[in-house]
Design a protein around this ligand. Sequence first.
Ligand SMILES: C[S@@+](CC[C@H](N)C(=O)[O-])C[C@H]1O[C@@H](n2cnc3c(N)ncnc32)[C@H](O)[C@@H]1O
Length: 365
Amino acid sequence: MTAQAQAQAPAAIDATRVAGFESRFVAALNEAAMLQLVSLAHRSGLLAHLADGEPVTSSELAAKTKLNERYVREWLGGATVAALVEHDPQTLTYRLPPEHAALLTDSGEANLAVYAQYLPLMGQVEDDVLECFHHGGGVPYTRYARFHEVMAEDSGQTVLPVLFDAILPLAPELPARLERGIDVLDLGCGRGLALMKLAERFPASRFTGYDLSREAIGWATERAARRGLSNLRFEERDLSDFDLTAPAQRYDLVTTFDAIHDQAHPLNLLKGVRRTLRQGGVYLAQDIHSSSHHHGDRDHPMGTLLYTLSIMHCMSVSLAQGGEGLGTMWGREKAREYFGKAGFGSIEVHQLPHDIQNDYWVLRP
Ligand SMILES: C[S@@+](CC[C@H](N)C(=O)[O-])C[C@H]1O[C@@H](n2cnc3c(N)ncnc32)[C@H](O)[C@@H]1O
């Protein structure tokens, strides 16, 4: 073979590797479909009604959930072949085993069914994102019908249950200072559940939440009023120029929960945090655990999901605001660089055992 012919010859294909990838791909199709079944069952209440582990027929389950029997029966068929539920062909009954109920309903420590909602949610904007691949730009928050609802369910599991016992004690002085009474600001607060929990627990402290989303702030304000929380206020606010608009030395504690990486101008927000902290103040930031280098995340337990969410949401909502599009997987190295540039002298990072998805940063001037 001439050198030219050799250069043009296709690379040899390893048949074993092809077969391996093919079976992985088919398994992925099935597992992705299982997530769609879980999302439907979470939202329709099917999983909650199966949580007691009692065997039910499709008619009984349809009656309990007030859902259409034909759809319930087809779902039970899918859930049977996905081995989500157990089926007895003699009695025509179905049952959710307690081990699955512990992970997919509120009966256990965490309800993983919440996370199954992300793929269908992101699927809603596939055409918009595809358009961005061709022409750049981004996808505005208004295109995501249920984003804030699902996000609040998500942080309701990663933040709320461990807020007092694991997150606040990362800065050991905080619980006592909050008891005595300090000023607290949560940026990109979404529906504000973390602030509500703090405001209820620490009545002597004063809490403020800012977020771009009118819908999220409206929800939070209404809910806080219903809970009778007078030490808490929410405000719709674009934090893109927070470096200039943050009131100087106004807060003792600033928090961001999963909110830096999808900001339009994250460094401006961080500079504003530094500016608004009083002497002795502390900034607690929860953000995605990753490396800033693609090859550093090959073993990340949720890497594929998080990169996909970045394209389908986090990077794209930032770009839609004319922002920098940092991306979900901006990573520890870049985070350190940004925190340093914003003026934080003391930078600590922690991981908490309940949360494989996030890092917890404690930052001081
Ligand atoms: C991933 S969500 C986290 C919400 C909330 N902290 C939680 O954990 O549930 C990020 C939040 O940042 C807000 N956000 C994005 N860009 C913003 C901007 N330019 N100014 C203010 N908030 C913004 C979004 O509206 C969204 O609520």
